[in-house]
Design a protein around this ligand. Sequence first.
Ligand SMILES: [Zn+2]
Length: 304
Amino acid sequence: MKIKHSIVLISFFSTNAISDISDSRVKSINHLHEAAISDPSFEPAINAFIQTLPKDNRGNYFIEGDILLSKDGIIEYFKSIKTERLINSLNNANNDILNNSQFKPLLKIGSSHGNIIILKQSERNLKYWVDSSSFSNERYENIALSSFSQAATDWIDVCKECGISFTRVNNKTESDFIIRYVDNVDDALARSFFPNWLPEYKIVEVYPKFFSTTISKTGIMRHEIGHIFGYRHEHIEGIAGCDLEDNSWLPLTKYDPKSVMHYFCAGNRGNYQVQLTSLDKKAHRCIYKYGDYSTCAELNINDN
Ligand SMILES: [Zn+2]
């Protein structure tokens, strides 16, 4: 019954729950997704695509499972993807790395205009402000914050020399991002943001099912912090039964079905403790130590 259990969990972590829908619907959503990316300024294409997405009651949409954006945010995001594709088609440098047969996709780093997206040295002392009034009770706030704090420590311990810290501040204006609770989202557990997002989108949100799930809460926060570092979903390369995403990423390791950045999709993949695997740690240490994609690509990170 393992497979059945994992399918139930998909809907917690991944709002598209593709394994619950037919192949033809998957193809249709894929088509709408591509149409919207190919012309983000064409409103009918954007409207048709966003109608396939889960929505919160503030008019924002979930894409890729745990990324929440307004319609305008999705348009900007798709414009950046389109630009990225154009540049990549003109620039074969990255393709040489991708075509190296020994270097197969996995911990994926976000990329834009051919550059990887990670926290710069000057951005690594992260300050966060907790919107305490958003939490319906103190117990929820304590659980969310202790999970976040432990998850942050787990990432920091992977590379102490990488200069990463997380500090809670009492003043919102001093913060780099916000942690808050939102009580009316049923399709996800939590969400976060990428390093290059505008300040107003830099929010970690936790939802009611975060507190009832049997998935490790610290693990969920490890996954969300992975996005803050710039990591994309491990299944982004198009694993059947997982969410559809874009091509704005580069592989740091071989494909790792147990990665902290993998959803519970496509059968018994992902890990219910959402732990950092050996490959996750090696890739994180490399990219945050050297800050250079080609150096880590040449190291050809694997389990040995
Ligand atoms: Zn995610």
